[in-house]
Ligand binder design. Structure first.
Ligand code: 2AM
Length: 175
């Protein structure tokens, strides 16, 4: 029987911005801040689905294919630390309406299809470090990365040989 996969919808970042963020991160944060997320894995989660069967995956693909949402510009001008999950993140002080609408839609579809959604409000972020449980010195405000969000992606998260890899299964355009 085909196996379930661990899935999530996310905004991917262009490879050029991933590379720039990796060099900025190395300068903006102390060396032992936590475990840095691999550059190719930097993304902004829109809705986490968890383990999904192939049949349910097809349901999500069909629903995603019907989404008509506008594209938007992401201004990444905020950073923070959540000590409890040990996450250092990059985010946005003013999430664009298009981002919030897209995430709301995907999260509502996930919930309706049996994927538990966190009751916490959606806080759009890109995880820069994991296992950051000690206090973290954050970079001073003033930085701002911008990225055009023209599409959203369904990713499968795979863990093998001690590494997490995100495989893009399908992408859908924003209008
Ligand atoms: P994070 O970066 O904030 O940890 C793939 O695992 C992506 O899904 C990650 O970006 C992760 O968010 C998010 N994720 C993992 N487990 C999750 C959960 N239980 N609830 C919500 N998001 C989760």
């Amino acid at each position: 029987m085909p196996e379930s996969q661990r899935l999530f919808f996310a905004l991917s970042l262009p490879a050029g911005i991933q590379r720039q963020l990796v060099s900025w991160r190395a300068q903006a944060f102390a060396e032992h801040t936590g475990r840095p997320v691999a550059g190719a894995n930097l993304h902004m989660t829109l809705a986490f689905l968890g383990d999904v069967s192939p049949a349910k995956q097809q349901v999500f693909m069909d629903l995603a294919g019907r989404i008509r949402q506008p594209r938007f510009t992401l201004r990444l001008d905020d950073a923070g630390h959540w000590p409890r999950p040990g996450v250092v993140w990059l985010g946005t002080r003013q999430p664009p309406r298009g981002l919030l609408q897209l995430a709301d839609l995907l999260r509502a579809q996930a919930a309706r299809n049996g994927c538990h959604q966190s009751p916490m409000p959606f806080h759009p972020h890109i995880t820069l470090y994991r296992q950051a449980t000690q206090p973290v010195a954050l970079p001073p405000p003033g930085f701002c990365w911008t990225a055009e969000a023209c599409e959203f992606t369904l990713f499968a998260s795979e863990f093998s040989r001690g590494r997490t890899r995100y495989q893009a299964l399908h992408r859908w355009p924003l209008l």
